[in-house]
Design a protein around this ligand. Structure first.
Ligand SMILES: Cc1ncc(COP(=O)(O)O)c(C=O)c1O
Length: 412
């Protein structure tokens, strides 16, 4: 075993330094040490949270941990459980929406996670893409026009888009729901935990304060919740949707008449260890405003604000809009969208060779009016630089990040 583990350790070196503040690229965050320890401990038992037969303690811990997440959005009652990912959790929410509004469209913004379209295909439900405003948020007016046709059964509001961390205008979408009666799903897979942050803008806070009015919510503990991968979560406001899952298993549920998680979940076997890790993390860092966990999120947002302010004040860069959460996007100033895109790609590579790991995002050229003005260019998108500053340590590393970015820019 020692020999093989040595090989494993060597193989695992071939990675980016995700734990380090110079990894400021994709949505990756190391799990908290208590989550690692609790997960490892639970794997000695290897509970299966599909049924109480397979994971008694870990199923109880899952229900407690998930109820704490539901309370974070103001729900005292709910139906919900963990899932293996945000995609699986969203699949479940849209599956319920499709059962309640059969044959009607699922609508999500042009900046919603790409899987919503694919999930709609899997569910054989038509999909409608709602245009975004110049800040990457669902355009509520465009949605209103689409709703007038009467064929939309569910609207997905993204609370923290993947590319730019933009938050859809939930209060306006809720007003439309009162008028049109669609089902509202909040995809807060990335941004959900920011409801605990005390440093959101008034507009963003208003969206977060209305999440509890959605019919279903997805939030991923394996993104901002300090958990190892394999931990998404879906919540339903009305527990009676549990009736839609009704099935008859002749071989699983024998040890208890209590509800088994497998009876309210599309997935069957699931790691009880995920629930144990989440439960332990939330015991150590409760989901409360002003608490240590919330302070970590506030630090991430502050890091993003600092980086965006410094970039916006530098004539070499174009920052389309200030970050709503902790994701910053920016492009090098150039004569055209094509030239800016090519330069972004070069800077991305030059930064990585200096140990600064950024990400790239392809965004509509309208977000960058000065790049959209050259009609001969005919580029619909701009490849720009993107940073997800999701480690609290990023706040203290903005200067160092900028100096490596500076060196990368000079080299291009
Ligand atoms: C807003 C949003 N929804 C859904 C997902 C998909 O989540 P997962 O990668 O856990 O399947 C992501 C992933 O980045 C996301 O940002």
């Amino acid at each position: 075993m020692a020999e093989v583990m040595q090989q494993v350790a060597v193989r695992l070196r071939d990675n980016y330094p995700y734990f380090h503040p110079f990894y400021a690229g994709q949505m990756l965050k190391p799990p908290h040490p208590i989550a690692r320890a609790a997960y490892a401990l639970a794997t000695w038992i290897n509970p299966n949270n599909h049924a109480l037969d397979g994971g008694r303690a870990s199923s109880a811990m899952e229900k407690e941990a998930v109820a704490e997440i539901a309370r974070m959005f103001g729900w005292q009652t709910h139906l919900g459980h963990l899932a293996s990912s945000g995609t699986m959790a969203n699949l479940e929410a849209l599956w319920v929406a499709g059962k309640l509004h059969p044959g009607k469209k699922i609508a999500a913004s042009a900046q919603a996670h790409y899987t919503h379209h694919r999930i709609s295909n899997v569910l054989r439900l038509p999909f409608a893409e709602v245009p975004c405003d110049a800040r990457g948020r669902m355009d509520a007016q465009a949605l209103a026009q689409m709703l007038a046709r009467g064929d939309i059964g569910c609207v997905v509001a993204t609370i923290g888009t993947t590319a730019t961390g933009s938050v859809d205008p939930l209060p306006e979408i809720l007003r439309l729901r009162a008028q049109h009666g669609f089902r509202l799903h909040a995809d807060a897979a990335y941004g959900g935990y920011f409801t605990l942050a005390g440093n959101l803008t008034e507009e963003t806070r208003a969206a977060y304060d209305s999440i509890g009015q959605a019919d279903s919510i997805v939030v991923d503990p394996h993104k901002h919740g300090l958990q190892p991968y394999g931990c998404g979560c879906v919540l339903f406001r009305d527990p009676s949707v549990g009736a839609l899952y009704k099935h008859d298993s002749p071989y699983t549920y024998f040890t208890s008449s209590e509800l088994h998680l497998g009876e309210i979940s599309l997935e069957c076997s699931r790691p009880g260890a995920s629930a144990v890790a989440l439960w332990a993390t939330q015991k150590l860092l409760p989901l409360e405003r002003g608490g240590e966990f919330a302070k970590g999120l506030e630090a991430c947002r502050e890091a993003a604000l600092r980086l965006a302010e410094r970039l916006a004040a530098d004539s070499r860069w174009l920052v389309p809009f200030p970050p709503e959460l902790d994701i910053v996007v920016w492009a090098p100033r150039a004569e055209s969208a094509r030239l800016a895109s090519e330069r972004s790609q070069r800077i991305f590579t030059a930064a990585a060779s200096r140990g600064l790991h950024l990400a790239l995002a392809r965004l509509p050229v309208e977000y960058f009016p000065s790049l959209a003005s050259d009609s001969s260019d005919q580029q619909e998108t701009v490849l720009c630089l993107r940073s997800v500053l999701m480690k609290p340590e990023h706040r203290e590393w903005v200067d160092q990040i900028l100096s490596l970015l500076d060196a990368a820019y000079s080299a291009c």
